[in-house]
Design a protein around this ligand. Sequence first.
Ligand SMILES: [Fe+2]
Length: 338
Amino acid sequence: MKSKIALLISALATCLAANAAGDAITLYSHRHYQSDEQLFQRFAEKTGIEVKVVKASADELIERLKAEGENSPADILIAADAGRLQRAKAAGLLQSVDSDTLASRIPATYRDPDDTWFGFTLRSRIFAYASDRVDASELGSYEDLADDKWRGRLLIRSSANIYNQSLLASLIAHHGEADAQSWAAAVRKNMARPPQGSDRDQMRAVAAGLGDLAVVNTYYVGLLLRSDNPKDREVARSLSIHFPNQEDRGAHVNVSGAGMTRHSPNPEAAIKFLEFLASDEAQATFPQTTSEYPVVEDAPWSDLQLIWGEFKRDSLNLNTLGDLNTQAVQTFNKAGWE
Ligand SMILES: [Fe+2]
């Protein structure tokens, strides 16, 4: 009887501790995956901390944080690109997080040197191509897409898209602005149609024979393969993939990540949440649900990722992508890439 009462008291104490620990955190998130909600639910179950999510585009969330200032209810900003996180940092909207867990689990390349944001998932921007019209020996680097041999064959989305802006920022970092502009102009000339649609649409267009090669993020191939739509599964199955620049600096990579807001009302709970995203459980979940790569070493990959195998990654610090974002947008404009 005595031990039952003791148990009850300790359960009560745990409940009270959970409530006192921060009860709820608010996420401002640009991500739109149902699986994220399930993961946040797991965090709530484990910690007793309720998770509220406000969804909008990264730029809208950044503007909102600016407007709200110290009255913002947001504890965490989640974005799908290091460029956006860096923009939030530059605007003074994030704060440094001192966490041994995050520092030891997330490789330095995939977090801000000042620890204001942390990458939690990784992807590469790769080529998805029709193997009956493209010989694998034709494939090489991003730079090679400027070659005349690709005239009328390339599919890639608008320059308004952050994934393309970050890719061009990496080319500016490696080759300078003038070369990057010539590259963008040549790739624009080689497009099968004016840029339009999403990464998924580029792959659908290759499958439909509109062009031969699409530039897309790795996880979109996985998402098409797992689609409820049999036509999309067929599209993904019909394409082959190539990781660019394996002979030199490696393929362009980027992260989806999160940072603690400068005026987080619940900083302790916010840090627990960031640490949860770096946990074995969360890291093992992303490859299985969204087809993103984990950032933590030794976290298990999906079967698809294992089949694709290890690839060489560009080691450019991801902060650079944010720092060069404005320049990348201007360079696209000068090159005539809509
Ligand atoms: Fe995406």
